[in-house]
Design a binder for this molecule. Sequence first.
Ligand SMILES: [Zn+2]
Length: 78
Amino acid sequence: MDSPLIVIDDKHVPLYRIVWVADLPHFCGEDDCTREGEYEIRLDVDDSLWTSQQGRDDVIEALRKWCGDPQADGDDLY
Ligand SMILES: [Zn+2]
């Protein structure tokens, strides 16, 4: 079985630590914000990682595979 790990922002993260993934890029209006335009990946340790849109899409793809996407074709057990 594949190990449920994904690289986000140069860190290997177990997929089961991810609570949610931002659908829209971050915007807060702060002048010194360094996360603007990045996508937040919320972890269950009260911490977040930040990534590009491509990185965000990779995370969602990995989560879909790992969780089993009910929309996916094939491998229908019923
Ligand atoms: Zn901000």
